[in-house]
Design a protein around this ligand. Structure first.
Ligand SMILES: [Zn+2]
Length: 283
């Protein structure tokens, strides 16, 4: 006769414990509860329309984004924007195409060493240039980038040594080269805005010699687009392959505005050597 050993009792207790866990009375009770619950429950379907909800959620609507801090606050164009862009850090340039002039061209020492042209007893540029550029900025909401404002004679020669450039009105504060940010490829729209200024501004409105722009077709201007001129200004359009110089090394088309007539002094504005070379404060 075989009597169970201690080890056998352990196995039997283990099996009974597992059976209790798996098939415990709680499971049986739960199924009874379920039966009662099911008996007392009534099926009821909830019918909702597609747009019904407890909390109405507003349909998303597009809203314009708020402006970044640097947007909508374009700084007004002042004479400070016109300061000479020369720098003593620019390297000397040796023009090997002209053996008669082997001396290298050097740049000026920059606007920290010399000022703007003296105009009516103070440093500045012709005010019509400021008026037109500020008008372009206000109307377009885009930033005007001045690539070349005042050029002292040294910087003027450094950026463009050609003979004709020696008479550049950049030297007397009467010329500016610029383009408009975000409108780099649409300079004709900017030119139209400049022309329309003369049709709408009360100072010029109704005066034919300011309102009407003629085309300049003399051969001394070698541009594919004929410039425009009225009594006060001369407008030149430079394509991406024209008018490239040390100040205009970008790849965009750009616009030059040149003052022809001083509306305050009521006289023509012409290049003047003395004004260009001596008419500005420098060391
Ligand atoms: Zn300079």
């Amino acid at each position: 006769m075989h009597f169970p050993q201690n080890r056998d009792y352990t196995v039997i207790v283990y099996i009974l414990a597992m059976a209790l866990i798996l098939f415990g009375c709680s499971g049986i009770e739960r199924s009874e509860e379920d039966k009662v619950r099911r008996r007392n429950c009534k099926g009821e379907y909830i019918h909702r329309k597609h747009d019904e909800s407890f909390c109405q959620i507003a349909f998303p609507a597009s809203a314009p984004r708020s402006a970044y801090p640097w947007e909508g606050h374009l700084p007004g164009i002042s004479k400070e924007f016109f300061r000479c862009k020369g720098s003593s850090a620019n390297p000397p340039i040796v023009d090997r195409s002209d053996p008669s002039n082997p001396a290298p061209r050097t740049d000026c020492e920059g606007s920290s060493r010399h000022g703007l042209p003296i105009l009516r007893a103070q440093q500045g540029v012709y005010p019509i240039l400021l008026d037109l550029l500020n008008h372009v900025q206000q109307l377009t909401g885009k930033r005007v980038i001045i690539t070349s404002g005042h050029r002292c004679p040294a910087h003027n020669t450094y950026v463009d040594p050609s003979k004709g450039n020696g008479f550049s009105k950049h030297q007397i504060g009467a010329e500016v080269d610029f383009y408009v940010q975000d409108m780099e490829k649409r300079p004709m729209e900017v030119i139209q805005i400049v022309m329309d200024y003369y049709k709408t501004h009360p100072q010029y409105k109704g005066q034919k010699e300011f309102e009407e722009f003629l085309r300049y077709d003399k051969p001394d201007v070698k541009l594919t687009t004929k410039p425009w001129l009225n009594k006060e200004i001369f407008i030149k359009y430079h394509s991406p392959s024209e008018g490239r110089n040390g100040d205009n090394r970008h790849s965009y088309p750009y616009i030059s505005l040149q003052v022809r007539y001083d509306r305050d002094a009521k006289e023509r504005v012409v290049y003047d050597w003395k004004r260009a070379n001596l008419g500005y404060p420098h060391d």
